[in-house]
Design a protein around this ligand. Structure first.
Ligand code: NIG
Ligand code: FE
Length: 412
């Protein structure tokens, strides 16, 4: 005999400020759609009701007795609740670290994309279990910092065997896996001793893509001086799209270039970095569905100028914030840190920065089930130890994430 499925309910009451990212008449905060003195009900991991705390449903009476159900009641005590952060850009499967390179940069050395190759060597040397354990540690770290949805890229394997390993391991922890075989040209292909970048791209679009595509949702290419030219990036992205993957691009990180325009032309979900933009890049983004994802952790730890979020937002471009967590250019997994920097140095308001790291990240992943709190969306939410989302930027460096809930269950 079939048993009725056990249901679970989560009721959060006493929310002083509920950020929904679902603006409606009577709500405050523009795009944040803020409800004051709010409550929220989730059933089986999905939000089913949002309203005034005084009108919160009685979850005991709402039960379908005699069917079993598990009820959690959380009193926010007047604190703020926000959607879980959506980190649309990380590189979390790797071996080793590059603390020495960071220290050298802080002593004046410039950042170069070539540092990626030292992480490739450490990653190839690590076993699956070592990479898996490291990844599990990062997932716990993300949850502690309020991130409930995250993308993970490959790109530190750069051989068929190693890239397949990285996307397969990433897929164990997230649905949002990106194949980044076109991160840099690995040393064994580099001229003058190796066969060269085009021969490496042949492998990426052939055997490597075939091995990785079954584990991935996205394809990405690093279209930049020192990595891949536009024509090479295009080959990789078009091959990935033909294999059924969505397109995302690393572009315009170290200087102006073709990355943004290529991304727009290919209807990429997102083009990431966007640090050096010509007016025509901004115009192309404004007329497109492609999100500009800004990664302030990179400029922080490479001492480059921050991207100009204000210029993009004023032009009508959809902007996301993500961590780019990786051992070379940005070894932070903290979106609260990125928000604080974006507000201080990139011309964003606290509201814009919060939206960009929740709903913006969801847009960059073309997801509608996360990044907002409304009936039908996932119960992925963060209780702040603060009365307002503004404190995320106002109190930089202070651990304000009190509790993180994903699919209606507490994860940190
Ligand atoms: O997104 N831009 C290219 N890739 C990474 C850097 C990786 C590294 O330095 O190891 C990034 O910044
Ligand atoms: Fe990156």
């Amino acid at each position: 005999m079939a048993h009725p499925a056990a249901s679970s309910r989560l009721l959060v009451t006493g929310i002083g400020e509920l950020v929904t990212n679902d603006p409606q008449p009577g709500r405050e905060g523009g795009a944040l759609g803020i409800v004051r003195d709010a409550a929220l009900l989730a059933e089986d991991g999905v939000i089913t009701w949002i309203g005034p705390s005084a009108e919160a449903p009685d979850v005991e009476l709402a039960g379908d007795a005699p069917h079993p159900h598990h009820v959690e009641v959380l009193d926010a005590g007047g604190r703020a609740v926000i959607p879980g952060f959506v980190d649309s850009h990380t590189h979390l499967v790797f071996g080793g670290d590059r603390a020495d390179e960071f220290a050298a940069r802080m002593a004046g050395r410039a950042y170069e994309a070539g540092g990626i190759r030292s992480t490739v060597a450490a990653t190839r040397a690590a076993s699956d279990d070592e990479l898996r354990a490291r990844l599990a540690g990062f997932v716990a770290e993300l949850h502690r910092q309020g991130t409930t949805t995250f993308e993970v890229k490959s790109g530190y394997g750069l051989s068929v065997r190693d890239e397949e390993r990285l996307v397969r391991l990433a897929r164990e922890v997230t649905d949002e896996v990106t194949f980044l075989g076109a991160h840099v040209v690995p040393f064994e292909f580099r001229e003058p001793d190796g066969p060269g970048a085009d021969a490496y791209v042949d492998v990426v679009v052939g055997e490597m893509l075939a091995a990785c595509a079954p584990h991935a949702r996205w394809v990405d290419a690093f279209c930049e001086r020192g990595a891949f030219f536009a024509a090479q990036s295009r080959r990789v992205l078009e091959a990935g799209a033909a294999a059924g993957l969505g397109v995302r691009v690393h572009g315009n990180q170290l200087g102006e270039g073709d990355g943004v325009r290529l991304a727009v032309e290919l209807d990429a979900a997102s083009v990431d970095h966007c640090t050096y933009l010509a007016d025509e890049d901004v115009a192309a983004l404004a007329g497109s569905r492609t999100v500009a994802t800004l990664l302030p952790g990179v400029e922080f730890s490479t001492r480059q100028p921050y991207p100009d979020a204000r210029r993009l937002i004023d032009a009508g471009v959809t902007v996301a914030l993500a961590s780019d967590c990786n051992p070379g250019s940005s070894f932070t997994s903290s979106l609260p840190f990125c928000i604080a920097v974006a507000v201080r140095d990139m011309g964003m308001t606290p509201a814009e920065a919060l939206w960009a790291s929740t709903a913006g990240g969801a847009a960059a992943l073309r997801r509608t089930d996360v990044g907002t709190l409304r009936p039908g969306s996932r119960a992925d939410l963060v209780l702040l130890d603060a009365p307002s989302h503004v404190h995320l930027a106002y109190r930089p460096g202070v651990p304000l994430i009190a509790e993180t809930w994903k699919d209606g269950a507490r994860v940190a």
